[in-house]
Design a protein around this ligand. Structure first.
Ligand SMILES: [Zn+2]
Length: 382
């Protein structure tokens, strides 16, 4: 078959949680994987072209569980960016998504865009018009008329802005924007449509109401207490960590560094995160990683997990299989096995030994095709 190919891997981390395999083969037919295993027991089909990645660490493409496509946080006023016309937003999105793909992200969950930009861009990527990760679209988030995240729309979608946010002055991070009945209605409507609800929630009553009413993924949880996290664990809610937006030099700091009201909230959030997340991550709550629009920063996200005491193995899982599970895409992506999409990245070095190796993504394959984006990478993944 013409679309059959084999990839020789120096080390293979398949994302299932199994130990890495030294010297492995992945066989791909079209967009899907047909076989994965040690070189000794995984035959290369006769006549199939072989890609030689035998000097590389190969793992599943990264899954960014929370991002935005049109926002550049370093430009500041993120909500103002969402209020712009569609064309400038779409142009930013093409540059942002190229950067994400070059840094190893092959799947990205989009949390709130205006103009249904995420849907149009997703379709353009699938049609091969522009390069980019596979997009899972949340379309418009539900926020109150005076709440965080308010740009144009304030009604439908599956993402709820349940508390205030750091980048909008005058909103409170703990107070609940919605009543229990409103949150319950959002969760029920999502379920009726065969979906789930995700909530932007930093902590306090806003977070707890969402967890109690069955919201599946809690985004940020920057001010969550130990009790909040215990409640999440009890309800099997996912904690979606988004450290980059708070900690990375291209996050809120670069964009809103001159706004004292925002910087005060940011400094407070950073103090709490550094103090509390090592405990949260060790608590047994399910977690996964997202960049929240700091494009190309998945390596930074996973480095931050390690800095907070997570093993390198679990950090890699947080950016692959666990993120896929949180996004309910784990039957397709996040690990490598027969039937899964052929989304693979080749890394120089061993991120299990040194997580910073993840900054050196040298090749990206998505749906069985090697992506031609590496020349625009400029080595600025960090
Ligand atoms: Zn976000």
């Amino acid at each position: 078959m013409a679309s059959l190919r084999a990839i020789r891997c120096g080390t293979l981390f398949d994302g299932t949680g199994a130990p890495p395999i030294r010297s492995a083969v992945v066989v791909v037919d079209g967009a899907r994987i047909t076989a994965v295993g040690p070189t000794a027991t995984t035959p290369v089909p006769a006549g199939a072209p072989v890609l030689d990645w035998s000097d590389r660490f190969v793992m599943p493409g990264l899954v960014d569980a929370h991002s935005h496509i049109s926002i550049v946080p370093g430009d500041g006023d993120q909500i103002g960016q969402l209020r712009q016309e569609a064309v400038p937003q779409a142009l930013r999105a093409t540059a942002n998504l190229r950067r994400d793909l070059a840094s190893g992200t092959t799947t990205l969950r989009v949390m709130t865009e205006e103009h249904f930009l995420d849907v149009a861009v997703r379709d353009a990527i699938e049609a091969g018009v522009i390069p980019g990760p596979r997009l899972l679209c949340g379309t418009r988030g539900i926020t109150s008329s005076n709440g965080h995240g308010r740009a144009h729309s304030a009604f439908d979608g599956v993402e709820i802005f349940a508390t205030g946010g750091v980048s909008s002055p005058g909103t409170t991070l703990n107070a609940s924007v919605y009543s229990r009945e409103e949150i319950r209605a959002a969760v029920e409507e999502a379920r009726r449509a065969g979906k789930y609800a995700a909530a932007h929630a930093h902590g306090g009553p806003g977070l707890r109401l969402c967890v109690e009413e069955g919201v599946s993924t809690i985004e940020h949880a920057g001010l969550a207490t130990d009790d909040d996290v215990a409640l999440m664990k009890e309800h099997r809610a996912w904690l979606i960590c988004t450290f980059s937006i708070f900690m990375h030099e291209r996050g809120i700091e670069q964009g809103d560094g001159r706004n004292p009201a925002i910087m005060e909230k940011l400094a407070a959030a950073r103090r709490v995160i550094v103090e509390s997340f090592p405990r949260h991550l060790a608590s047994g709550v399910r977690y996964a990683s997202g960049t929240d629009g700091v494009h190309g920063a998945m390596p930074f996200e996973l480095e931050t997990l390690v800095r907070f005491g997570v093993s390198t193995r679990d950090a890699l899982l947080s950016g692959t299989r666990w993120a896929a599970e949180a996004c309910r895409l784990d039957s397709e992506v996040g690990s490598l096995g027969p039937g899964k999409r052929a989304d693979l990245i080749a890394i120089e070095g061993d991120p299990l030994a040194d997580i910073e190796a993840l900054r050196r993504v040298r090749l990206v394959m998505k749906d069985g095709g090697v992506q031609d984006v590496m020349s625009n990478n400029h080595g600025r993944n960090g």
